[in-house]
Design a protein around this ligand. Structure first.
Ligand SMILES: Nc1ncnc2c1ncn2[C@@H]1O[C@H](COP(=O)(O)OP(=O)(O)O)[C@@H](O)[C@H]1O
Ligand SMILES: CC(=O)OP(=O)(O)O
Ligand SMILES: [Mg+2]
Length: 399
């Protein structure tokens, strides 16, 4: 069975085609700059070089059509016909309180996702566009949705409520939802398997450090607390997002410089974080290069990013009254030995001790980077949100 996994953003669409017989990736790629004149489709068939094509892709339906054309392309394709795609699985960022599991797409499910537009204005409208684009291009193919928020539905009220008037929760569902759940679920499960232990016996802090950054306290296999909140803005400092700040800052600047709500949102989501402090880049590779070249702004950005991660890790160890395992994942977590070292070398209080040599060895595999003396197992576990989406879709379709 072949399953297409889609992560639709407002101006981008990432995809991976899976052969579920052996869970291999047949092709992957992305469409960028949807809605612009020169949109880019980058397509990478398994074992071959990436090919790119520039054309005008004005909406998500056109984007899906282009992807399908590429998948059945004479030279770069890997399917003989579109009919070989038997199901499509989508990443949906916000599932609110309605979804604690992945589900098959129905009219009701789409309505529920639409009701959550307010809570995830950057993400959910794009996901609906992706779902509709598939409906119009492959009308008979069943679709499933996998939510970033689902894993975090186990959080107790003491973790998910904000200390604001109850009516705001009762009426508007203002609470912590948490995101990157597919990733935190996957890497915490893999960490337990790696250690040959049951998730129920472990207290794990998972750090998903990519463009978006979040930490989760995974207690006995369930999400107990997580750093992102009602939206993916809360918590850690990110590539372009501020993370935590005093909420009083928002009304203060709106009054001072006469900013509109959308402008404040844009400032905090798109022009803050590493980008704002370094004044130069939201990309950790460039921050590290800047730091090595003596750029003091890049160094400050790195220091703040690292310090905040360390604070969250410490607070989650306290939240769970212990930490057996610390997991690093996603683009930065999997690749930046510098960041991992800086964090771990200042968590010696917890009995953490890194094996510097293993930490610095580049690898795409799951690995332990702590020394044999370390009281906490420190692991690098490459995340695979697309595989989880493909697996959930496969299970739902075959039930
Ligand atoms: N070798 C590396 N060293 C440091 N950071 C890296 C390295 N490779 C990738 N990254 C960082 O990973 C981040 C992107 O992470 P990723 O998980 O792919 O993000 P997303 O899925 O949210 O787009 C970027 O900041 C990038 O600089
Ligand atoms: C929810 C979220 O922050 O997602 P991403 O890391 O893909 O931006
Ligand atoms: Mg990611």
């Amino acid at each position: 069975m072949k399953i297409l996994v889609i992560n639709a953003g407002s101006s981008s669409l990432k995809y991976q085609l899976y052969n579920m017989e052996n869970e291999s990736v047949l092709a992957k790629g992305r469409v960028e700059r949807i809605g612009f004149e020169s949109s880019i489709l980058a397509h990478e068939p398994e074992g071959k070089e990436e090919v790119t094509e520039v054309s005008e892709i004005l909406d998500h339906t056109t984007a899906i059509k282009k992807v399908v054309q590429m998948l059945i392309h004479k030279e770069h394709g890997i399917l003989s016909s579109i009919d070989e795609i038997e199901a499509v699985g989508h990443r949906v960022v916000h599932g609110g309180e309605s979804f604690s599991n992945s589900v098959i797409v129905t009219e009701e499910v789409k309505q529920e996702i639409k009701k959550l537009f307010d809570l995830a204005p950057l993400h959910n409208p794009a996901h609906i566009m992706g779902i509709q684009a598939v409906e119009s291009t492959m009308p008979d193919v069943p679709q499933a949705v996998v939510f970033d928020t689902a894993f975090h539905q186990t959080m107790p009220a003491s973790s998910y409520l904000y200390a604001i008037p109850k009516a705001l929760y009762n009426k508007y569902k203002i609470r912590r939802y948490g995101f990157h759940g597919t990733s935190h679920d996957y890497v915490s499960d893999r960490a337990a398997a790696f250690l040959d232990k049951k998730p129920e016996d472990l207290k794990i802090v998972t750090c998903h450090i990519g463009n978006g950054v979040s930490c989760t306290a995974v207690k006995h296999g369930e999400s107990f607390d997580t750093s992102m909140g009602m939206t993916p803005l809360e918590g850690l400092m990110m590539g372009t997002r501020s993370g935590d700040l005093d909420p009083a800052v928002v009304p203060y600047i709106m009054g001072k410089v006469d900013l509109r709500i959308s402008e404040v949102n844009s400032m905090l989501n798109k022009h803050s974080g590493l980008m704002a402090i370094s004044g130069d880049s939201s990309d950790m590779r460039e921050i590290e290069e800047g730091m090595d070249a003596g750029d003091t702004n890049a160094k400050l950005a790195f220091d703040m990013y690292e310090y905040r991660l360390r604070k969250y890790i410490g607070s989650y160890a306290a939240a769970m009254d212990g930490m057996d395992v610390l997991v690093f994942t996603a683009g930065v977590g999997e690749n930046s030995s510098t960041l991992r070292k800086r964090i771990c070398d200042q968590l010696t209080f917890f009995g953490i001790e890194l094996d510097d040599k293993i930490n610095e060895t580049r690898s795409k595999n799951e690995r332990r980077i702590s020394s044999s003396n370390s009281k906490v197992e420190v692991l690098v576990i490459p995340t695979n949100e697309e595989l989880v989406i493909a697996r959930d879709t496969y299970k739902l379709i075959n039930n």
